[in-house]
Ligand binder design. Structure first.
Ligand code: P61
Length: 444
């Protein structure tokens, strides 16, 4: 941790035992995806692989125009350059780091219109991804220049929490009533669809395919980081319903990503993605990884560890403010707790608190979470038991975990590259007397 500046992003993967940093690009490809990759058509333009990708995205989401990008933030970049005018605003549920950054780099301003429950870890409200309609209406009615309204599926920063179709419908009607584009961050749309099926009255009989399409059709377009729901190591896209908007996005893609028939991906990447999009509608596949998160959540809840409720789609989020009550938020409790989990048992997680969320010099008193994120189709139940043991081991020694201070603070998206030093020495945390599970994961 010393070498890595107490930042889990800066660890080498070979020094990690169970890697729950992210579900981004870390899932296992299926044999069908690997097979499809052999068909990659690497033509610069007119690639067959692009047309297969376009067809898969059209079939599943229903948007006619598909603009590929190297990953999600590539699509966010194009969208911001196309729709954000200097001084305009983007109302959204909470925020996502790269999404907000691109809006601001284009001269726009981010406005949070999430429901208040989104920021309350122990609230069991089932739809923390909802937008507060009164807040949104106030923003729309005040006469601001609104670039677009954004709603994120399975809201990452709130703990992977879904919106309801009832709320989505109301947001869509309200936004369109004001003549403003409505754009989804559909990165985790499959899990959102599954939660709707499980939690929202009237949808239990719908297939995941129907629900994904229904959600997508409420918006004018969507951006996707395909590194999550589509199981690919790299890839993303924007998809829209309007030809004029598609043309403007394509004018940007040729500048920043590549020709619109590959957008920063290789032909074989597009093949894996086309197949992954189809797999992302398979309820058995989605249910399998969502229930892994639920399983880990139950182990932690049973041990009394404070976590975000309900357990979300792709991760279990530990509430570091409650876990480490002796630390002030300015001492970066979640960053320090992530370091402690690594020291205790080689478990890599991610800070989602003040280090990720504080904006410029504004004071930050929002969520302070550590995310234990589940790569899809990768880990076994035994790994998750290990993770729960590690977390509960640290919980029993929580009062000894020190705070951190920055020793290097980058100007933008500081959490990726920042370095820290402990404010007091870390205690000896490594779990003694227990063999690590005999499972070689990611062995070179
Ligand atoms: C993640 F620490 N997520 O969750 P890209 N929208 C949404 C995302 O979750 C997302 C992107 C757009 C990551 C990777 C990551 O602060 C961080 O394909 C809802 O990563 O460019 C990415 O998609 C961007 C980790 C990104 C971070 C930013 O782990």
């Amino acid at each position: 941790m010393d070498e890595a500046g107490y930042n889990t992003f800066l660890l080498r993967s070979e020094d990690v035992f169970v890697d729950l940093l992210t579900d981004s690009g870390t899932s296992a490809l299926s044999q069908e995806q690997r097979a499809a990759m052999e068909l990659g058509d690497e033509a610069y333009s007119g690639s067959r692989s692009f047309f297969r990708l376009e067809q898969a995205a059209r079939d599943v989401f229903g948007y006619p125009y598909v603009i590929p990008t190297h990953q999600g933030r590539g699509a966010e970049h194009l969208l911001a350059r196309t729709l954000v005018r200097p001084g305009s605003i983007v109302p959204s549920n909470l925020y996502f780091t790269t999404s907000r950054e691109h809006v601001e780099l284009a001269g726009g301003r981010w406005v949070d219109v999430a429901v208040t429950e989104a920021s309350v870890p122990d609230s069991t409200f089932p739809f923390k991804g909802n937008i507060d309609l009164a807040k949104l209406e106030e923003v729309l009615a005040t006469g601001y220049d609104v670039a677009y309204v954004r709603q994120e599926a399975c809201l990452n920063m709130a703990g992977g929490q879904p919106f309801s179709i009832e709320n989505l419908t109301a947001v869509s009607e309200l936004t369109r009533g004001y003549g403003v584009p409505f754009i989804l961050d559909a990165t985790r749309i499959s899990e959102n669809a599954l939660f709707v099926k499980e939690r929202e009255p009237g949808y239990a009989q719908h297939s995941l395919t129907e629900l994904i399409r229904l959600i997508a059709q409420h918006a004018d377009g969507a951006i996707f980081s395909s590194k999550k729901d589509h199981f690919v190591p790299i890839g993303g896209f924007a998809a829209v319903g309007d030809l004029e908007l598609a043309r403007r996005l394509r004018e940007q893609v040729v500048v920043y990503e590549g020709f619109p028939h590959y957008g920063g991906m290789a032909g074989h990447d597009m093949e894996a993605l086309a197949q992954g999009i189809r797999e992302s509608t398979d309820e058995r596949v989605v249910r399998a990884y969502v229930s892994q998160a639920r399983y880990l959540g139950e182990l932690l809840e049973d041990a009394g560890v404070p976590i975000v409720l309900p357990v979300g789609a792709h991760a279990v989020f530990v509430d570091a403010k409650t876990f480490l009550p002796h630390l002030d938020q300015i001492e970066c409790p979640a960053q320090s707790l992530a370091a402690a989990f690594y020291l205790a048992g080689g478990v890599r997680s991610m800070e989602r608190g003040i280090v990720s969320g504080q904006h410029g010099h504004d004071p930050y008193d929002g969520l302070e979470l550590v995310r234990l994120t589940l790569p899809r189709r990768v880990y076994t139940q035994e790994h998750l038991t290990w993770v729960a043991d590690v977390v509960t081991h640290v919980y029993a020694r929580a009062e000894q975990v020190p705070g951190l201070r920055f020793t290097y603070e980058p100007e933008r998206l500081r959490f990726f590259l920042a370095r820290f030093a402990p404010l007091a020495p870390f205690p000896e945390l490594a779990i003694e007397g227990r063999e690590t599970p005999v499972v070689a994961v990611g062995a070179a």
